[in-house]
Design a protein. Sequence first.
Length: 397
Amino acid sequence: MGIEIITDKCVGCKLCIRACPFGAITVENKLAIIDFDKCTLCGACVDVCKFDAILIRKEEVPTKDISAYKGVWVVAEQSKGIIQSVTYELLGKGRELADKLGVELCVVLLGDRIEAKSKELFHRGAEKVYVVDSPKLKHYQSEPYSNVLIELINEYKPEIVLCGATSTGRSLISRVAVKIGAGLTADCTGLDIDQERGLLLQTRPAFGGNIMATIICPNHRPQMATVRHKVMKEAVPDPSRTGRIIKKAYSDKLLASRTKILDIVEEEGYKINLSDADIIVSGGRGLGKPESFALLHELADAIGGAVGASRAAVDADWIAYSHQVGQTGKTVCPKIYIACGISGQIQHLAGMSSADIIIAINKDPDAPIFKVANYGVVGDLFEIIPALTKKLKSILV
């Protein structure tokens, strides 16, 4: 695609300058000049030109043959040989998508001495598991993992590839999509199939969560998406299910990485994985200072919960990013979510509104959080939380 000024038609009227939202056009000697570094080919200048002096040429892109691509793949995520729960969520949705398309549901499992975990994946609905077992894949590293996944996709040609929107999944799948020339929809909260065209409908929040956009990829394969943790139900295990294991091995060159893991240090105080917690006590700007999070830790410890935070608290360096709940943090789905001093901006709600029960504590009776809360307490959290902790401790001891 390119843009061109037809010199014998241009009169230097400057209408195009006013229409261009990117400041990409100037006029010299009564002739429009395009700054190609700024031009985005939006076409605004073409629409206003009264002399048909601006032309955008679109080159025909050869249509890719996508008929050979079949099957739904889930990229399994594992840590220390343990399959992460986001994988089971993807298998639940993947089974639904595969059934609608009438194709197989397959899993890619990478790791060291990991083959035995295939049984768990079969129990959750997988029909095939592609296993690549190597000491070089013991810990996640972007280069070898992406190289292996690219090789598998090029050989077996799945039509859909799903991955968790975790730090690992986001790092992996974006690299793969670029290398194989496929589209990628990130942070999906909904997936479905267009039955007429057989396309994957990928729904995700857009414009700060104000709208939900549904995206399709009609001309390229595979259709790739990352899915937010805790927005889909896990596949129900069925121990009677079995499947086929396909073992693959690759050269040391393919599994090589330019980076080396020197050490892995577990975060101190990380008692409960936030994404897996049944109870979460979260704090926001209303806590006022980092020391106030001690109140939340005490309450969370009393009820066996985890501590979360809003982006405002994390940006203020009151607590680590690993505790952040919201559109730019973790999506959680606990049984109980206690929001303390959190106003309830839409970005935060996007990460916790699917909780079974939401309890809000805030001194502002008009705070947006009360619109989604099942129970609300208007008052001083520095009085309410200690009293609540004391009462719960006396009951639960």
